[in-house]
Design a protein around this ligand. Structure first.
Ligand SMILES: Nc1ncnc2c1ncn2[C@@H]1O[C@H](COP(=O)(O)OP(=O)(O)OP(=O)(O)O)[C@@H](O)[C@H]1O
Ligand SMILES: [Mg+2]
Length: 411
C-alpha cells in the first residue's frame, strides 16, 4: 500500500466516517461463491449478478463490500499477539503478520496475512477505507482476497488470504539463501497473471484505475500464481465522456506514468505505463528506480527504452540470473514493454491486448536457448547498485528517491 510521493492536491475527497463500513459488513458469505474460478482474460462485462454488482466470466465487482469484521482479540490470538516472528513484511503503512484462524465448527485452520495500519496517519486511514471499498467489492483469481477487517480503538487492520511466496519484489530484488532467481517461464506466468488482474479492473463497468502497480504489490501463492494487492490508491476511472480524472499525484517513484506525474491527469492507460516498468524489471532484474546507478540510468523506464527495440542492445541488459532464456519470447516481451512505455497514453496497448500478447508468447513452444549477458554489459555495471530489500514508508521514502523527486508534504 504505497504512497511514496505526492504533489499538489487537486481533487481530494474528505475522509468518511468509519461507521460506514460497519454497516455494510457481513460475514464472508454468499456473494463470493458466485464468481467462477476459470482463468482470467475476458473483457466482456455483464451487468447484474446476485448483489447488484457486475461480473466478468472470471471475476466480480459487488455493489457493496462483503467482508467479515474481526475483533482485535481474534487477530491478536491469530498472530500470537502480533509477535515479531510473525512479521511477513513491512510497507509504508505498517507491518504485515502471518496468522492462523481456527474454525471450531469445521476443525479447519486458515492461514491469513494481517496488515496492521498506522492508525495515527490520516493517509493510512484513507488507504484503509479505499482497500475496504475497492478490494472488499472485487473478486478475481488475480486479485488478493480481502477476507475482512478490524476497526477497534485506534487499530485499523486488514485481513487477507495468505500468499505463500510473498511479493515479486522480494523474488526479484531480495537477498539471502531463500531467494532463488525466477526462471523465464515463471516470470511470464507472473506477468500474465498480473496483467489479467489489471485487465479485469479496467474492464469493470466503472473502470478502476489501480494507480500503484509495482513489484511489491504483486503477491505470489505457492505455485507462483500472481495476485495484485493494495488498493489504497485505487480510483474510479473517468466517465465515458472524459479521457482522464484529475487527482492528487500519488504513487511510487520510478513506476508512475510521466503524464500523471507532470499534470495529475490520471488515465486508465497510466496503469499500463506502470505495468511496462514491471515488464522491464522482469527482463533486466533491475529496480525501477535506483540512484546508485550511473547518472542517466536512475529511472529504468527512461533509460532502458532504446535498448528494448534493438536485439543486440537487449541482450546486454537481460537479467544475468536468467541462465538460459528463449530469445524470441524475450524479444516479444521487450517490444511489448516498449509499447507500454509510450509517452502518449493513447499509444499504449490496453491491458486486454497485453494479456492476449503475453498468452501468445507464453504458448509458443520455443525452448530456452540464449545464455546470460556478458560481464561488462550495462546490466553488469548496474547490478552492483542493487540494494537489499527495504520497505519504504510514505513519510520516509527511500533516501535515494529523494534525490530525484521533491518530497511530499504529508500530514
Ligand atoms: N497477503 C499476503 N500474504 C503474504 N505476504 C504478504 C501479504 N501481504 C503482504 N505481504 C508481505 O508483506 C510485505 C509488505 O506489504 P505491504 O503491502 O504493507 O508493503 P509494500 O507493498 O511492500 O510497500 P508499499 O507500502 O510501498 O506498498 C510484502 O512485501 C509481502 O512480503
Ligand atoms: Mg503492498
Amino acid at each position: 500500500m504505497g504512497i511514496c510521493f505526492s504533489s499538489a492536491s487537486v481533487d481530494q475527497s474528505p475522509p468518511q466516517s468509519t461507521t460506514q463500513f460497519s454497516s455494510v459488513a457481513t460475514s464472508e458469505a454468499t456473494t463470493r461463491s458466485t464468481m467462477t474460478s476459470s482463468s482470467g482474460g475476458s473483457s466482456s462485462t455483464v451487468s447484474g449478478g446476485s448483489c447488484g454488482g457486475s461480473f466478468t466470466p472470471a471475476g466480480q465487482m459487488l455493489a457493496q463490500p462483503n467482508l467479515r469484521v474481526f475483533s482485535l482479540a481474534e487477530l491478536k490470538a491469530a498472530t500470537r499477539n502480533f509477535r515479531s516472528d510473525s512479521v511477513l513484511g513491512e510497507g509504508g503503512f505498517g507491518k504485515v503478520y502471518k496468522g492462523w484462524l481456527d474454525d471450531r465448527a469445521t476443525g479447519k485452520t486458515t492461514i491469513i496475512a494481517v496488515k496492521k495500519l498506522n492508525s495515527e496517519s490520516m493517509q493510512g486511514f484513507q488507504e484503509w477505507q479505499s482497500e475496504v471499498n475497492f478490494l472488499g467489492r472485487l473478486s478475481h483469481p488475480n486479485l488478493v482476497k480481502l477476507l475482512g477487517y478490524g476497526l477497534e480503538d485506534t487499530e485499523l487492520l486488514l485481513v487477507y488470504e495468505f500468499m505463500a511466496k510473498g511479493s515479486l519484489e522480494n523474488h526479484l530484488f531480495g537477498r539471502g539463501a531463500s531467494v532463488q532467481p525466477l526462471p523465464w517461464d515463471i516470470r511470464l506466468k507472473i506477468l500474465i497473471g498480473a496483467a489479467r488482474g489489471l485487465a479485469f479492473l479496467h474492464a469493470s463497468d466503472r473502470k478502476v484505475i489501480y494507480r500503484d502497480f509495482k513489484a511489491s504489490n504483486i503477491l505470489l501463492d505457492g505455485s507462483y500464481h500472481a495476485k495484485i494487492s493494495d488498493f489504497g490508491l485505487a480510483k474510479n476511472g473517468p466517465t465515458a465522456s472524459r479521457s482522464h480524472v484529475t487527482t492528487q499525484v500519488m504513487g511510487t517513484y520510478g513506476y508512475a506514468a510521466p503524464e500523471y506525474v507532470a499534470t495529475g491527469h490520471l488515465y486508465v492507460k497510466s496503469d499500463v505505463y506502470c505495468y511496462g516498468v514491471v515488464l522491464v524489471e522482469m527482463l533486466t532484474g533491475l529496480r525501477a528506480l535506483d540512484t546508485n546507478r550511473p547518472s542517466g540510468q536512475h529511472s529504468l523506464g527512461d533509460w532502458i527504452k532504446p535498448h528494448l527495440s534493438d536485439r543486440r542492445k537487449l541482450k546486454s541488459i537481460i537479467d544475468a540470473r536468467l541462465e538460459g532464456y528463449p530469445s524470441k519470447s524475450v524479444h516479444h516481451v521487450a517490444q511489448l514493454a516498449l509499447n507500454c512505455l509510450e509517452t502518449e497514453p493513447k499509444n499504449r496497448p490496453s491491458m486486454q491486448e497485453i494479456v492476449e500478447r503475453l498468452e501468445k508468447i507464453g504458448s509458443s513452444s520455443e525452448r530456452p536457448r540464449e545464455h546470460r549477458a556478458q560481464s561488462g554489459s550495462p546490466h553488469a555495471v548496474s547490478r552492483r547498485g542493487h540494494q537489499p530489500l527495504q520497505y519504504r514508508s510514505p513519510l520516509h521514502p527511500k533516501p535515494e528517491a529523494t534525490e530525484s523527486y521533491p518530497l511530499p508534504q504529508r500530514s
